[in-house]
Design a protein around this ligand. Structure first.
Ligand SMILES: CC(C)(COP(=O)(O)OP(=O)(O)OC[C@H]1O[C@@H](n2cnc3c(N)ncnc32)[C@H](O)[C@@H]1O)[C@@H](O)C(=O)NCCC(=O)NCCS
Ligand SMILES: Nc1ncnc2c1ncn2[C@@H]1O[C@H](COP(=O)(O)OP(=O)(O)OP(=O)(O)O)[C@@H](O)[C@H]1O
Length: 212
């Protein structure tokens, strides 16, 4: 049985970077953000175009236009999520099916809204990627196209980092550099070695060592 590790964290905390450290060990990772982006070039174009007129450009969803249409408008963001989340869930299920068929002992689901959407119920354990608020802010505001308003609108839809950490079986601190994060991932893999998956029944948090 494949052990399902849910990897999450707020915007800019280092989810993609940390997922990459699991990939270095040959562990399969499903990246929900990447799945959304692929859907915006394929199956989601028609339903998103119907729900949000004007956001399709050159046959694909224009993320900047969509962002402007939904961020800061909680109802619109919920509407977008109602369209896109079931499609992402389908790609995730297909990924997990492949992991089981190939006998993978561990699979990682990188899902930004894992805890906000109670997705932990389909994981065997939860890893929260975290950094101090000032580091997060500096990272996010350094991105092109990012503004204070956009950052605030995204944060408003996300569970505070402190609450996320309280739900974690494992924590990776990304403020200490990639080498330190690589070491933390290594120790999580050691802690999980040989642990059988339970097909989505969560591990009791006390059963797993929390690595801060
Ligand atoms: C709002 C959109 C258009 C902005 O696009 P953009 O290219 O600027 O951001 P990107 O997709 O790379 O997401 C970056 C980060 O924003 C945060 N984020 C994305 N969607 C959401 C959301 N619905 N609620 C809160 N935070 C979100 C996450 O931390 C994510 O890692 C885009 O994020 C989107 O389509 N979101 C809806 C899909 C979704 O809910 N994705 C998250 C999990 S599946
Ligand atoms: N362990 C680390 N050490 C140093 N810098 C890091 C580390 N992890 C992430 N970063 C830096 O932080 C920034 C955000 O990282 P990343 O893109 O992995 O975050 P994310 O959580 O996936 O972001 P988003 O929520 O936007 O998808 C990047 O500039 C990355 O280089």
């Amino acid at each position: 049985m494949t052990f399902i590790l849910g990897l999450t964290g707020s915007i800019g905390m280092g989810k993609s970077t940390t997922s990459g450290l699991f990939r270095e060990h040959g562990i399969p990772v499903h990246d929900a953000d990447a799945s959304v982006h692929a859907l915006y070039r394929g199956r989601a174009v028609a339903p998103i175009g119907a729900a949000f007129p004007g956001v399709i450009r050159d046959g694909a969803v224009d993320r900047q236009a969509l962002s402007a249409a939904v961020l800061g408008r909680p109802d619109a963001l919920r509407r977008l999520e109602a369209v896109i989340h079931p499609l992402v869930r389908e790609t995730e299920l297909a990924f997990l099916h492949r992991c089981r068929e190939t006998g993978a002992g561990l699979a990682v689901l990188d899902v930004p809204l894992l805890l906000e959407t109670r997705g932990e119920s389909r994981c065997d354990a939860v890893l929260v990627v975290s950094a101090p608020a000032d580091v997060q802010r500096q990272r996010v505001l350094a991105r092109p196209e990012m503004t204070e308003d956009k950052f605030a609108a995204i944060m408003a839809r996300q569970m505070p980092d402190e609450q996320k950490r309280a739900c974690a079986h494992f924590i990776v601190d990304t403020a200490r550099g990639v080498l330190a994060a690589r070491r933390q991932v290594g120790s999580i893999l050691s802690a999980l070695a040989g642990r059988p998956g339970r097909g989505g029944q969560s591990v009791n948090r006390n059963e797993a060592e929390t690595h801060a």
